[in-house]
Structure formats: structure tokens, C-alpha cells
Design a binder for this molecule. Structure first.
Ligand SMILES: Cc1cc2nc3c(=O)[nH]c(=O)nc-3n(C[C@H](O)[C@H](O)[C@H](O)COP(=O)(O)O)c2cc1C
Length: 193
């Protein structure tokens, strides 16, 4: 069972991306993934500053996140779009996790990882303009980002108010099935002599 680390790039209480990641996690578990859902609110980090890093080293929460990334085979990320790009919370988190620490390359938490990227916004773009930015950053870090992606426009009306389910889940389900299958196939290939 592939181990998948899931989180939202928004920690806003009523965040659409928090709702989306919960739905995506359920679908990924149903597809056979072993998912750990974390909330970035539990891992507060200062805004990256090289002086701070030089003085204090890597913050404890960045170390905890690094360990979590390394324990998992894949990432499942849902993020808002801020001014056509990713929000500072998400970029700051990815940046801290990418820092070299105790002689270990900052790429280690990302290497050989697969990712599925999702976005939700109440507007008509659905985060479409943010996703290529997130893809580029993850690719730079060595992550294989699935060619498929999921953007949810009009997120404010996309969920069933009764049970929180997505009204049109088919594209999301196809993406998470691809995530589980691709991660499983790569893990098998890595085990071959
Ligand atoms: C600084 C800022 C910039 C934003 N820029 C965009 C944008 O470029 N495109 C968009 O669709 N929504 C944009 N929004 C609106 C967000 O999509 C909306 O606030 C959304 O609910 C945030 O995601 P969340 O519900 O998961 O917190 C922006 C919001 C903020 C705070």
C-alpha cells in the first residue's frame, strides 16, 4: 500500500481546500492508498530567512515535516491560488523542507516521490493558474508530478452541504486512482534487482 502524505495549502478554518483535501483523502483511501492527512496549522514555521537559519538551524517543525515527507512515497496537495500563484504558506513550507540539514541534501525528502496536485477557488479559474507554478517547484525538487491535475472552480457551490461530498467527483477519483497506481508501480520497479 503506497504511503501518501496529504495536506492543504490553506489553514483557514472554512477553507475550500481543506474541504477538498478531506474528500480527496477519502477517495485515495478507497483507491488503496495509506494516507496521512496533516494540517499545516500544526507545523507553524517562520517566514524563511537565511539569517534565522544560520543562527538557529532548521526549526523543529521543519525537521518534523522533513521526517514526514521521507516516511511517505507520495504527496497529495490541495492549494488555493493567490494572485495566479501559490500561497506563501505552501511555498514557505516547501522551501523549509528543501533546506540541507545535518549534511543531508534538501532534495532527499522529495526524491522518488510522486505527487497529485489539486486546487480549489470560489472563482472561475479554480486555481488553474497556480497549478503550473506548484508543478514547477515540485519538479525542481525531484518530484514526479502526475500529468493529470484537478482544479475546482466555484468551490463555494461544489460541495454537497449535507455531507461535504463533491457534487462531481469523477475527475478527482480518476486522479487519485492514478496516484495510487503510479506510486505502487514505481515502488515495485525500485524493488526489482
Ligand atoms: C492574497 C489573495 C490573492 C488571491 N488571488 C486569487 C487568484 O489569483 N485567483 C483566484 O481564483 N482566487 C484568488 N483569491 C481568492 C481565493 O481563491 C479565496 O480566498 C479562497 O477561498 C482561498 O482558498 P481557501 O478557501 O482554501 O482558503 C485570492 C485570495 C487572496 C487572500
Amino acid at each position: 500500500m503506497p504511503k501518501i502524505l496529504a495536506f492543504s495549502g490553506s489553514i483557514r478554518r472554512d477553507s475550500w481546500n481543506r474541504k477538498l483535501i478531506r474528500v480527496a483523502v477519502d477517495a485515495t483511501r478507497a483507491a488503496g492508498g495509506d494516507v496521512t492527512l496533516i494540517d499545516l496549522a500544526d507545523y507553524p514555521l517562520p517566514l524563511y530567512n537565511g539569517d534565522l537559519e544560520e543562527r538557529d538551524g532548521l526549526p523543529d517543525n521543519a525537521q518534523r515535516l522533513k521526517a514526514l515527507f521521507k516516511e511517505h512515497d507520495a504527496l497529495l496537495i490541495a492549494s488555493p491560488e493567490y494572485n495566479s500563484s501559490m500561497p506563501p504558506l505552501l511555498k514557505n513550507t516547501l522551501d523549509w523542507v528543501s533546506r540541507e540539514w545535518q549534511g543531508e541534501s534538501g532534495l532527499v525528502p522529495y526524491q522518488n516521490k510522486v505527487a497529485a496536485i489539486l486546487a480549489a477557488t470560489p472563482g472561475t479559474f479554480g486555481g488553474m493558474r497556480m497549478l503550473p507554478h506548484l508543478r514547477q517547484v515540485l519538479n525542481t525538487l525531484g518530484v514526479l508530478v502526475l500529468p493529470g491535475q484537478f482544479s475546482l472552480a466555484h468551490a463555494d457551490t461544489a460541495f454537497d452541504p449535507e455531507n461535504g461530498a463533491l457534487k462531481s467527483p469523477a475527475r478527482l477519483h480518476a486522479l487519485v486512482v492514478d496516484l495510487v497506481r503510479t506510486t505502487t508501480a514505481l515502488a515495485r520497479a525500485a524493488d526489482q534487482p
